[in-house]
Design a protein around this ligand. Structure first.
Ligand SMILES: [Zn+2]
Length: 508
Protein backbone atom coordinates (compact mmCIF):
# COMPACT_ATOMS: atom_id res chain seq x y z
CA UNK A 1 0.00 0.00 0.00
CA UNK A 2 1.51 3.32 -1.01
CA UNK A 3 1.89 5.68 1.87
CA UNK A 4 3.08 9.18 2.56
CA UNK A 5 6.48 9.58 4.17
CA UNK A 6 8.02 12.71 5.62
CA UNK A 7 11.72 12.31 6.44
CA UNK A 8 13.92 14.91 8.08
CA UNK A 9 17.52 15.03 9.25
CA UNK A 10 18.97 17.13 12.03
CA UNK A 11 19.78 20.64 10.86
CA UNK A 12 23.51 21.33 10.72
CA UNK A 13 25.28 24.05 12.67
CA UNK A 14 27.24 25.97 10.02
CA UNK A 15 29.95 27.57 12.17
CA UNK A 16 32.53 25.55 10.19
CA UNK A 17 32.62 23.41 7.04
CA UNK A 18 30.56 20.18 6.92
CA UNK A 19 32.27 17.07 8.33
CA UNK A 20 31.90 13.31 7.98
CA UNK A 21 29.34 13.11 10.79
CA UNK A 22 27.03 15.35 8.78
CA UNK A 23 27.64 13.19 5.73
CA UNK A 24 26.91 9.89 7.52
CA UNK A 25 23.52 11.21 8.61
CA UNK A 26 22.49 12.68 5.27
CA UNK A 27 23.45 9.55 3.35
CA UNK A 28 21.59 7.32 5.81
CA UNK A 29 18.47 9.48 5.46
CA UNK A 30 18.88 9.60 1.70
CA UNK A 31 19.06 5.80 1.36
CA UNK A 32 15.84 5.59 3.40
CA UNK A 33 14.13 8.31 1.33
CA UNK A 34 15.19 6.70 -1.92
CA UNK A 35 14.01 3.27 -0.77
CA UNK A 36 10.61 4.68 0.21
CA UNK A 37 10.24 6.26 -3.24
CA UNK A 38 11.36 3.09 -5.00
CA UNK A 39 8.80 1.00 -3.17
CA UNK A 40 6.08 3.43 -4.25
CA UNK A 41 5.60 5.80 -1.32
CA UNK A 42 5.09 9.53 -1.72
CA UNK A 43 8.06 11.16 -0.03
CA UNK A 44 9.08 14.56 1.28
CA UNK A 45 12.71 14.70 2.42
CA UNK A 46 13.91 17.79 4.25
CA UNK A 47 17.31 18.89 5.52
CA UNK A 48 18.62 22.30 6.60
CA UNK A 49 20.81 24.46 8.79
CA UNK A 50 20.53 25.73 12.38
CA UNK A 51 22.04 29.19 12.05
CA UNK A 52 21.48 31.13 15.24
CA UNK A 53 23.20 31.25 18.62
CA UNK A 54 26.13 32.64 20.51
CA UNK A 55 28.67 30.32 18.86
CA UNK A 56 27.84 31.65 15.40
CA UNK A 57 27.94 35.18 16.84
CA UNK A 58 31.43 34.52 18.26
CA UNK A 59 32.83 32.68 15.24
CA UNK A 60 31.67 35.54 13.02
CA UNK A 61 33.22 38.17 15.29
CA UNK A 62 36.58 36.36 15.21
CA UNK A 63 36.52 36.47 11.41
CA UNK A 64 35.38 40.10 11.28
CA UNK A 65 32.07 39.11 9.77
CA UNK A 66 28.50 39.68 10.82
CA UNK A 67 26.70 36.47 11.81
CA UNK A 68 24.62 36.77 8.65
CA UNK A 69 27.73 37.07 6.49
CA UNK A 70 29.21 34.01 8.17
CA UNK A 71 26.18 31.78 7.62
CA UNK A 72 25.65 33.08 4.09
CA UNK A 73 29.22 32.06 3.35
CA UNK A 74 29.09 28.64 5.05
CA UNK A 75 25.59 27.34 4.34
CA UNK A 76 26.07 26.98 0.56
CA UNK A 77 29.02 24.65 1.30
CA UNK A 78 26.59 22.28 3.04
CA UNK A 79 23.97 22.42 0.34
CA UNK A 80 26.56 22.02 -2.40
CA UNK A 81 28.26 19.03 -0.73
CA UNK A 82 24.93 17.24 -0.24
CA UNK A 83 24.00 17.79 -3.87
CA UNK A 84 27.33 16.33 -4.96
CA UNK A 85 26.69 13.34 -2.68
CA UNK A 86 23.36 12.84 -4.48
CA UNK A 87 21.34 13.47 -1.32
CA UNK A 88 17.87 13.71 -2.85
CA UNK A 89 16.34 16.29 -0.50
CA UNK A 90 13.16 18.07 -1.51
CA UNK A 91 13.61 21.05 0.80
CA UNK A 92 16.45 22.82 2.57
CA UNK A 93 15.33 24.90 5.57
CA UNK A 94 17.46 27.71 6.93
CA UNK A 95 16.49 28.94 10.38
CA UNK A 96 17.50 32.48 9.37
CA UNK A 97 14.74 32.50 6.75
CA UNK A 98 12.37 35.07 8.19
CA UNK A 99 9.63 34.44 5.63
CA UNK A 100 9.57 30.66 5.78
CA UNK A 101 10.84 29.62 9.19
CA UNK A 102 10.07 32.40 11.66
CA UNK A 103 6.28 32.60 11.35
CA UNK A 104 5.82 28.97 12.43
CA UNK A 105 8.35 29.37 15.24
CA UNK A 106 6.68 32.45 16.64
CA UNK A 107 3.22 30.91 16.29
CA UNK A 108 4.36 27.80 18.16
CA UNK A 109 5.92 29.94 20.89
CA UNK A 110 2.60 31.73 21.34
CA UNK A 111 0.79 28.41 21.56
CA UNK A 112 3.22 27.21 24.23
CA UNK A 113 2.71 30.43 26.16
CA UNK A 114 -1.09 30.09 25.91
CA UNK A 115 -0.90 26.48 27.09
CA UNK A 116 1.02 27.55 30.18
CA UNK A 117 4.14 25.71 29.08
CA UNK A 118 6.47 28.70 29.52
CA UNK A 119 7.37 30.48 32.72
CA UNK A 120 9.70 33.46 33.19
CA UNK A 121 12.17 32.75 35.96
CA UNK A 122 15.43 34.12 37.25
CA UNK A 123 18.25 31.81 36.36
CA UNK A 124 21.45 31.99 38.37
CA UNK A 125 24.50 30.41 36.85
CA UNK A 126 28.25 30.55 36.32
CA UNK A 127 28.92 32.91 33.46
CA UNK A 128 32.21 33.19 31.60
CA UNK A 129 32.51 36.60 29.93
CA UNK A 130 35.17 35.16 27.60
CA UNK A 131 32.84 32.44 26.33
CA UNK A 132 29.84 34.73 26.65
CA UNK A 133 27.84 31.82 28.01
CA UNK A 134 26.94 29.94 31.17
CA UNK A 135 29.19 27.07 32.17
CA UNK A 136 28.29 24.14 34.37
CA UNK A 137 30.46 23.03 37.31
CA UNK A 138 31.56 20.11 35.15
CA UNK A 139 32.99 22.50 32.54
CA UNK A 140 35.37 24.06 35.05
CA UNK A 141 38.98 23.03 35.61
CA UNK A 142 40.31 24.10 39.02
CA UNK A 143 37.34 26.41 39.31
CA UNK A 144 38.26 28.22 36.09
CA UNK A 145 37.01 28.30 32.53
CA UNK A 146 39.45 25.97 30.72
CA UNK A 147 39.41 28.20 27.63
CA UNK A 148 39.96 31.54 29.35
CA UNK A 149 41.69 30.60 32.61
CA UNK A 150 39.40 32.87 34.62
CA UNK A 151 36.89 31.94 37.30
CA UNK A 152 33.31 32.42 36.08
CA UNK A 153 31.06 35.02 37.66
CA UNK A 154 27.80 34.16 39.32
CA UNK A 155 25.22 35.92 37.19
CA UNK A 156 21.45 36.02 37.45
CA UNK A 157 19.31 36.59 34.38
CA UNK A 158 15.73 36.23 33.30
CA UNK A 159 14.85 33.26 31.08
CA UNK A 160 11.65 31.71 29.89
CA UNK A 161 11.61 28.14 31.05
CA UNK A 162 9.81 25.34 29.25
CA UNK A 163 7.96 23.17 31.73
CA UNK A 164 9.21 19.79 30.55
CA UNK A 165 9.00 18.25 34.03
CA UNK A 166 5.21 18.25 33.91
CA UNK A 167 5.24 16.10 30.80
CA UNK A 168 7.16 13.20 32.36
CA UNK A 169 4.25 10.76 32.46
CA UNK A 170 2.94 11.70 29.01
CA UNK A 171 6.37 11.22 27.47
CA UNK A 172 6.87 7.90 29.18
CA UNK A 173 3.58 6.72 27.75
CA UNK A 174 4.36 8.08 24.29
CA UNK A 175 7.72 6.27 24.16
CA UNK A 176 6.51 2.94 25.50
CA UNK A 177 3.04 2.50 24.02
CA UNK A 178 3.00 -0.10 21.27
CA UNK A 179 0.57 1.54 18.88
CA UNK A 180 0.46 5.20 17.93
CA UNK A 181 3.51 5.99 20.03
CA UNK A 182 6.87 7.44 19.13
CA UNK A 183 9.11 4.58 18.05
CA UNK A 184 12.85 4.62 18.48
CA UNK A 185 14.86 2.80 15.80
CA UNK A 186 16.90 0.68 16.14
CA UNK A 187 15.34 -0.94 19.21
CA UNK A 188 18.58 -1.03 21.16
CA UNK A 189 18.61 2.77 21.25
CA UNK A 190 15.29 2.93 23.14
CA UNK A 191 16.30 1.94 26.70
CA UNK A 192 18.90 4.72 27.02
CA UNK A 193 16.23 7.27 26.13
CA UNK A 194 13.73 5.88 28.63
CA UNK A 195 16.43 6.00 31.25
CA UNK A 196 16.63 9.75 30.78
CA UNK A 197 12.99 10.01 31.81
CA UNK A 198 13.60 7.82 34.86
CA UNK A 199 16.29 10.23 35.97
CA UNK A 200 13.63 12.93 36.08
CA UNK A 201 13.05 15.71 33.60
CA UNK A 202 14.11 19.22 34.40
CA UNK A 203 12.54 22.33 32.95
CA UNK A 204 14.51 23.76 30.05
CA UNK A 205 15.75 27.30 29.47
CA UNK A 206 14.02 28.45 26.28
CA UNK A 207 15.25 32.04 25.97
CA UNK A 208 18.05 34.45 26.88
CA UNK A 209 18.09 38.17 27.46
CA UNK A 210 18.59 39.90 24.13
CA UNK A 211 21.55 41.69 25.72
CA UNK A 212 23.51 38.41 25.83
CA UNK A 213 22.00 36.68 22.78
CA UNK A 214 20.99 38.91 19.91
CA UNK A 215 21.52 36.51 16.97
CA UNK A 216 18.25 34.64 17.14
CA UNK A 217 14.50 34.82 16.77
CA UNK A 218 12.82 37.43 19.01
CA UNK A 219 10.38 36.12 21.60
CA UNK A 220 6.89 37.34 20.63
CA UNK A 221 5.53 40.09 22.87
CA UNK A 222 8.74 40.40 24.91
CA UNK A 223 11.49 42.33 23.18
CA UNK A 224 13.87 41.77 26.11
CA UNK A 225 14.21 38.07 25.22
CA UNK A 226 15.63 36.04 22.31
CA UNK A 227 14.75 32.39 21.77
CA UNK A 228 17.44 29.97 22.79
CA UNK A 229 17.91 26.92 20.53
CA UNK A 230 14.94 24.65 21.09
CA UNK A 231 11.89 26.45 19.82
CA UNK A 232 13.99 27.93 17.03
CA UNK A 233 15.81 24.80 15.86
CA UNK A 234 13.44 21.88 16.47
CA UNK A 235 10.56 23.76 14.88
CA UNK A 236 12.25 23.49 11.46
CA UNK A 237 10.53 20.12 11.12
CA UNK A 238 7.16 21.84 10.89
CA UNK A 239 8.15 25.27 9.55
CA UNK A 240 9.39 23.69 6.31
CA UNK A 241 5.81 22.60 5.64
CA UNK A 242 4.38 25.86 6.94
CA UNK A 243 2.43 24.47 9.89
CA UNK A 244 0.65 27.12 11.99
CA UNK A 245 0.58 29.49 9.02
CA UNK A 246 -2.03 30.10 6.34
CA UNK A 247 -0.04 28.08 3.80
CA UNK A 248 0.34 24.89 5.85
CA UNK A 249 0.90 21.66 3.93
CA UNK A 250 -0.82 19.68 6.64
CA UNK A 251 -0.82 16.45 4.66
CA UNK A 252 2.92 16.11 5.28
CA UNK A 253 2.36 16.05 9.02
CA UNK A 254 -1.13 14.81 9.77
CA UNK A 255 -1.35 12.20 7.00
CA UNK A 256 2.29 11.13 6.75
CA UNK A 257 4.58 8.80 8.62
CA UNK A 258 7.04 11.27 10.13
CA UNK A 259 10.61 10.03 10.60
CA UNK A 260 13.35 12.17 12.16
CA UNK A 261 16.87 10.94 11.41
CA UNK A 262 19.34 12.16 14.04
CA UNK A 263 22.58 11.35 15.88
CA UNK A 264 22.63 9.64 19.27
CA UNK A 265 23.93 12.80 20.99
CA UNK A 266 20.72 14.71 20.30
CA UNK A 267 18.26 11.87 20.92
CA UNK A 268 17.33 13.43 24.25
CA UNK A 269 16.09 16.63 22.69
CA UNK A 270 14.19 14.84 19.95
CA UNK A 271 12.69 12.16 22.16
CA UNK A 272 11.69 14.47 25.02
CA UNK A 273 11.68 18.23 24.39
CA UNK A 274 10.30 18.07 20.85
CA UNK A 275 7.29 15.81 21.46
CA UNK A 276 6.51 17.72 24.67
CA UNK A 277 6.48 20.97 22.69
CA UNK A 278 4.12 19.45 20.16
CA UNK A 279 1.83 18.06 22.84
CA UNK A 280 1.57 21.44 24.54
CA UNK A 281 0.96 23.01 21.15
CA UNK A 282 -1.83 20.58 20.27
CA UNK A 283 0.10 19.15 17.32
CA UNK A 284 0.44 15.43 16.79
CA UNK A 285 3.79 13.86 17.70
CA UNK A 286 6.12 12.28 15.09
CA UNK A 287 6.11 8.54 14.44
CA UNK A 288 9.72 7.49 14.49
CA UNK A 289 13.16 8.58 15.54
CA UNK A 290 15.91 6.89 13.53
CA UNK A 291 19.11 7.23 15.54
CA UNK A 292 22.62 6.78 14.16
CA UNK A 293 25.93 6.48 15.98
CA UNK A 294 29.21 8.32 15.61
CA UNK A 295 32.06 7.95 13.18
CA UNK A 296 35.66 7.52 14.29
CA UNK A 297 38.72 7.82 12.08
CA UNK A 298 41.30 5.04 11.99
CA UNK A 299 39.81 3.75 15.25
CA UNK A 300 40.10 7.04 17.12
CA UNK A 301 37.78 9.94 17.82
CA UNK A 302 38.15 12.48 15.02
CA UNK A 303 39.94 15.52 16.33
CA UNK A 304 42.01 18.36 15.03
CA UNK A 305 44.69 17.76 17.65
CA UNK A 306 45.18 14.11 16.62
CA UNK A 307 45.09 15.26 13.00
CA UNK A 308 42.80 12.45 11.86
CA UNK A 309 39.84 14.51 10.71
CA UNK A 310 38.48 13.10 7.47
CA UNK A 311 37.33 15.82 5.08
CA UNK A 312 34.47 14.60 2.89
CA UNK A 313 35.89 16.35 -0.16
CA UNK A 314 39.22 14.53 0.21
CA UNK A 315 37.34 11.24 -0.05
CA UNK A 316 35.48 12.44 -3.12
CA UNK A 317 38.67 13.70 -4.71
CA UNK A 318 40.32 10.28 -4.39
CA UNK A 319 37.62 8.71 -6.56
CA UNK A 320 37.23 11.48 -9.13
CA UNK A 321 34.26 13.12 -7.44
CA UNK A 322 32.06 10.01 -7.62
CA UNK A 323 29.87 10.04 -4.48
CA UNK A 324 29.01 6.35 -4.65
CA UNK A 325 32.15 4.81 -3.10
CA UNK A 326 31.62 6.92 0.03
CA UNK A 327 27.87 6.21 0.04
CA UNK A 328 28.63 2.51 -0.33
CA UNK A 329 31.33 2.53 2.35
CA UNK A 330 29.13 4.15 5.00
CA UNK A 331 26.12 1.95 4.20
CA UNK A 332 28.17 -1.23 4.07
CA UNK A 333 30.49 -0.67 7.03
CA UNK A 334 28.19 0.87 9.60
CA UNK A 335 25.05 -0.98 10.69
CA UNK A 336 22.28 1.57 11.28
CA UNK A 337 22.39 2.88 14.84
CA UNK A 338 25.94 1.73 15.57
CA UNK A 339 29.15 3.67 15.77
CA UNK A 340 31.50 3.11 12.87
CA UNK A 341 34.97 3.84 11.65
CA UNK A 342 36.40 5.47 8.57
CA UNK A 343 39.78 4.12 7.53
CA UNK A 344 41.51 5.12 4.32
CA UNK A 345 42.92 1.61 3.79
CA UNK A 346 39.53 0.02 4.32
CA UNK A 347 37.94 2.57 1.99
CA UNK A 348 40.43 1.71 -0.77
CA UNK A 349 39.96 -2.00 -0.13
CA UNK A 350 36.21 -1.73 -0.49
CA UNK A 351 36.51 0.49 -3.53
CA UNK A 352 38.83 -1.85 -5.38
CA UNK A 353 37.57 -5.12 -3.89
CA UNK A 354 33.80 -4.94 -3.81
CA UNK A 355 33.03 -2.09 -6.19
CA UNK A 356 35.88 -2.51 -8.68
CA UNK A 357 36.34 -6.28 -8.77
CA UNK A 358 33.17 -7.89 -7.50
CA UNK A 359 30.75 -5.50 -9.17
CA UNK A 360 32.52 -3.58 -11.94
CA UNK A 361 34.48 -6.51 -13.33
CA UNK A 362 31.49 -8.80 -13.16
CA UNK A 363 29.40 -6.41 -15.23
CA UNK A 364 32.27 -5.84 -17.64
CA UNK A 365 33.04 -9.53 -18.17
CA UNK A 366 29.42 -10.43 -18.79
CA UNK A 367 28.90 -7.55 -21.22
CA UNK A 368 32.15 -8.17 -23.11
CA UNK A 369 31.30 -11.86 -23.50
CA UNK A 370 27.78 -11.04 -24.64
CA UNK A 371 29.09 -8.49 -27.10
CA UNK A 372 31.03 -11.23 -28.85
CA UNK A 373 27.72 -13.04 -29.29
CA UNK A 374 26.04 -10.00 -30.80
CA UNK A 375 24.83 -8.50 -27.48
CA UNK A 376 21.50 -10.33 -27.74
CA UNK A 377 19.86 -12.11 -24.81
CA UNK A 378 18.09 -15.42 -25.18
CA UNK A 379 16.06 -17.13 -22.51
CA UNK A 380 16.81 -16.51 -18.86
CA UNK A 381 15.88 -20.02 -17.73
CA UNK A 382 15.75 -20.61 -14.00
CA UNK A 383 17.48 -18.35 -11.49
CA UNK A 384 20.76 -20.15 -10.68
CA UNK A 385 21.81 -17.78 -7.89
CA UNK A 386 18.82 -17.21 -5.62
CA UNK A 387 17.74 -13.58 -6.11
CA UNK A 388 15.88 -12.86 -2.88
CA UNK A 389 13.70 -9.75 -3.04
CA UNK A 390 11.76 -10.73 0.07
CA UNK A 391 14.86 -10.74 2.22
CA UNK A 392 16.00 -7.45 0.70
CA UNK A 393 12.67 -5.75 1.18
CA UNK A 394 12.20 -6.90 4.75
CA UNK A 395 15.60 -5.56 5.69
CA UNK A 396 15.05 -2.25 3.91
CA UNK A 397 11.54 -1.77 5.33
CA UNK A 398 12.93 -2.53 8.80
CA UNK A 399 15.72 0.10 8.45
CA UNK A 400 18.37 -2.68 8.61
CA UNK A 401 19.96 -1.12 5.54
CA UNK A 402 23.24 -3.00 5.97
CA UNK A 403 21.30 -6.29 5.70
CA UNK A 404 19.49 -4.98 2.67
CA UNK A 405 22.78 -4.08 1.00
CA UNK A 406 24.16 -7.51 1.90
CA UNK A 407 21.63 -9.09 -0.48
CA UNK A 408 23.03 -7.64 -3.77
CA UNK A 409 26.58 -7.92 -2.40
CA UNK A 410 25.96 -11.63 -1.73
CA UNK A 411 24.58 -12.00 -5.25
CA UNK A 412 27.73 -10.43 -6.71
CA UNK A 413 29.81 -12.89 -4.80
CA UNK A 414 27.79 -15.88 -5.99
CA UNK A 415 27.74 -14.57 -9.56
CA UNK A 416 31.53 -14.26 -9.58
CA UNK A 417 31.92 -17.82 -8.33
CA UNK A 418 29.36 -19.00 -10.87
CA UNK A 419 31.17 -17.43 -13.80
CA UNK A 420 34.51 -18.85 -12.61
CA UNK A 421 32.98 -22.29 -12.31
CA UNK A 422 31.01 -22.29 -15.60
CA UNK A 423 33.79 -20.67 -17.67
CA UNK A 424 31.41 -19.31 -20.34
CA UNK A 425 34.39 -18.17 -22.45
CA UNK A 426 35.13 -21.84 -23.12
CA UNK A 427 31.53 -22.53 -24.17
CA UNK A 428 29.75 -21.99 -27.46
CA UNK A 429 26.29 -21.23 -28.83
CA UNK A 430 23.29 -22.17 -26.69
CA UNK A 431 25.41 -23.48 -23.83
CA UNK A 432 27.27 -20.20 -23.62
CA UNK A 433 24.07 -18.17 -23.68
CA UNK A 434 22.57 -20.39 -20.97
CA UNK A 435 25.26 -19.06 -18.66
CA UNK A 436 25.47 -15.46 -19.85
CA UNK A 437 21.79 -14.56 -20.11
CA UNK A 438 21.01 -15.50 -16.50
CA UNK A 439 24.11 -13.59 -15.39
CA UNK A 440 22.83 -10.50 -17.19
CA UNK A 441 19.50 -11.03 -15.48
CA UNK A 442 21.18 -11.30 -12.06
CA UNK A 443 22.98 -8.05 -12.82
CA UNK A 444 19.63 -6.44 -13.58
CA UNK A 445 18.38 -7.39 -10.10
CA UNK A 446 21.62 -6.25 -8.47
CA UNK A 447 21.27 -2.91 -10.25
CA UNK A 448 17.78 -2.33 -8.86
CA UNK A 449 18.81 -3.35 -5.35
CA UNK A 450 21.79 -1.00 -5.41
CA UNK A 451 19.72 1.94 -6.58
CA UNK A 452 19.00 3.48 -3.12
CA UNK A 453 22.66 3.12 -2.09
CA UNK A 454 24.66 4.07 -5.18
CA UNK A 455 22.09 5.65 -7.50
CA UNK A 456 24.49 7.10 -10.08
CA UNK A 457 26.43 3.86 -10.53
CA UNK A 458 23.25 1.78 -10.58
CA UNK A 459 21.92 4.00 -13.35
CA UNK A 460 25.17 3.61 -15.33
CA UNK A 461 24.92 -0.16 -14.88
CA UNK A 462 21.35 -0.06 -16.14
CA UNK A 463 22.44 1.96 -19.19
CA UNK A 464 25.20 -0.54 -19.99
CA UNK A 465 22.77 -3.41 -19.56
CA UNK A 466 20.42 -1.48 -21.85
CA UNK A 467 17.48 -1.87 -19.47
CA UNK A 468 14.28 -0.34 -20.86
CA UNK A 469 13.90 1.93 -17.82
CA UNK A 470 17.56 3.01 -17.56
CA UNK A 471 16.80 6.63 -18.47
CA UNK A 472 14.08 7.14 -15.87
CA UNK A 473 15.68 5.37 -12.90
CA UNK A 474 16.97 8.52 -11.21
CA UNK A 475 13.66 10.32 -11.38
CA UNK A 476 11.84 10.69 -8.07
CA UNK A 477 8.75 9.03 -9.52
CA UNK A 478 10.57 5.83 -10.50
CA UNK A 479 9.13 2.77 -8.75
CA UNK A 480 10.43 -0.80 -8.66
CA UNK A 481 7.37 -2.70 -9.86
CA UNK A 482 6.37 -6.30 -9.09
CA UNK A 483 7.26 -7.23 -12.67
CA UNK A 484 10.76 -5.81 -12.32
CA UNK A 485 11.32 -8.04 -9.31
CA UNK A 486 10.33 -11.22 -11.17
CA UNK A 487 12.95 -13.45 -12.73
CA UNK A 488 13.17 -12.97 -16.47
CA UNK A 489 10.01 -10.89 -16.63
CA UNK A 490 11.42 -7.83 -18.38
CA UNK A 491 9.57 -8.27 -21.69
CA UNK A 492 11.09 -5.35 -23.56
CA UNK A 493 14.68 -6.29 -22.74
CA UNK A 494 16.25 -8.13 -25.66
CA UNK A 495 19.90 -7.17 -25.61
CA UNK A 496 22.68 -5.43 -23.70
CA UNK A 497 24.61 -2.27 -24.47
CA UNK A 498 28.23 -1.18 -24.52
CA UNK A 499 30.50 -2.09 -21.60
CA UNK A 500 32.57 0.61 -19.93
CA UNK A 501 34.54 0.76 -16.68
CA UNK A 502 32.39 1.63 -13.65
CA UNK A 503 35.02 2.08 -10.97
CA UNK A 504 38.44 2.89 -12.45
CA UNK A 505 41.53 1.77 -10.54
CA UNK A 506 42.93 4.27 -8.05
CA UNK A 507 46.09 6.05 -9.03
CA UNK A 508 49.05 4.87 -6.98
ZN1 LIG B 1 35.48 30.99 28.94
Amino acid sequence: MPSRQYITTAIDYPNAAPHMGHVLEKILADVVARWFRLRGDTVRFQIGTDEHGVKIQQTAAKQNLTPKELVDRNVPQFEDLYRRLHVSFDAFVRTTNQQKHWPTVQALWKKLAEAGALEKRTYTGLYCPGCERFLTRKDLVDGKCPDHQIPPQEVAEENYFFLLGRKTQDLKKLLTVRKGGYRIIPDFRAPETLQLIEQGLEDVSFSRPTSSLSWGIPVPDDSSQTMYVWCDALTNYISGIGLLTDHAEKEWWDDATVTHVIGKDIARFHALIWPAMLQYGGIRTPDQLLIHGFLTSEGQKMSKSIGNVVVPDDVLKLVGGNPDPLRFYLSHQIPVGNDGDFSWDRFKEIYEGILGNQLGNLLNRVLVLLKKEGSQLSGFGKDPLGVDWKKYQEAMDGFALQDGLAVPVGLMDRANKYIAEKKPWELKGVEKMEVLSPLAEVLRHITLMLLPFIPGSAQRMAAQLNLPYADTMLEKGFVITATMKKWGAEEGWKGVGEPSILFPRLEK
